[in-house]
Design a protein around this ligand. Sequence first.
Ligand SMILES: [Zn+2]
Length: 426
Amino acid sequence: MIAREAAAAPYNHATREMQRPAQIAALDDLLQRVHETNAFQRARLRGARVSTVEDLRALPFTIKDELLLDQASSPPYGTNLTFPLEHYTHLHLTSGTVGEQLRVLQTAEDWQATRRCFARVLSEAGITAADRVALPFPFGAYLQFWAAAAGVEDVGALALPLGGLEGRERLRAIAEFEATAIVCTPTYALGLIDVALEHGLEDAFASVRALICQGEPGASIPAARERIESAWGARVFDHAGSTEVGVFSYPCAAGGGLHVNGQEFLCEILDPAGGEEVGPGTQGELVLSALSRIGCPAIRFRSGDVVDVGGACPAGHDDVWLPNGIVGRTDDMVVIRGMNVFPSAIEQTLREAGLLGEYRIRFYTEATERDEIRVLVEATDPAMVRMIEERIFGRLALRVRVVPVMPGVLTAQRLKARRVEDMRRR
Ligand SMILES: [Zn+2]
């Protein structure tokens, strides 16, 4: 963990630069600690040290496939281990099909950092020792669930273990124990609303005042968040993390969106194609170095998460602000006439314009060999269609054809059709 004073200056556009020296010093400490004994890092880093941003840029990225290959050739844990196996206390797996699951080990020291990071998420959401936090999931091998339980313990709240129950039983338990907060995905929060309405279990909504969402971008999408907040009568707080690096962000209660936890992570936001750092008002890929993870280091890890780069957060917090949370994945990126296009950015624009119905996004090639984007929307108001076109142009700097269709037409095909179709000629 880096010193708090390092990030204590009031926020301005230079904050990222102001945090950097302390973060780079912490990264240098990490490099020193892992060089000697971590075979994977020794081979990649060749004794590199960092004292400037240029040194940082010279470090190789860590790519998930590289870690998977390493584990395949040195099963079961690979060679990205700083200590002998007996030093480790926690094992987690990434989600994915068997064989592609990355195994990530943490020492007791690493786990303390994970706890701190989740406790930070909860604290920023206003959770204290007075709260009762429902954990409605079986833990499995996934870090986020174990981290949530550890974070609840860290802030001194009461954890309500609701794994192994179905929706109705969970709602009854939430009502009986008067849970004040729930940790879950946005989809699950929406699903519980339907179960409650169907079975007359709306009592469960009464005591809950915060939903701490994770795992999906929905909590930062205004339409999904508003539906959850109005039904539950509670506030939704988003956060994001990954097994490979840990819980790297916390919610901004005042300004919305997320902050990268600059005490524990050095974050770069890079153009996924060129690798250059991008500035406010653009999108880029989060590249994270976990400063407190020693046992199984993640140094310049390419997260694949795409974010809008924020300027100053309205509340004046120091850490890097992601106003719309995680907006997509680089795997979904499509290059149209030299511009990086994320379908999730188009979706978000549609929702911001007030579109409630279904939509389809189609990438295709015209007879002139030019790649184009067409968006079908269930809307009848020509003013909304024009507004959507203008907003997409504002966001992507590309003209997109927005075609209105009768409400219900796309909804009827929803189960069969994908929302995003790439029909370009290669
Ligand atoms: Zn903030």
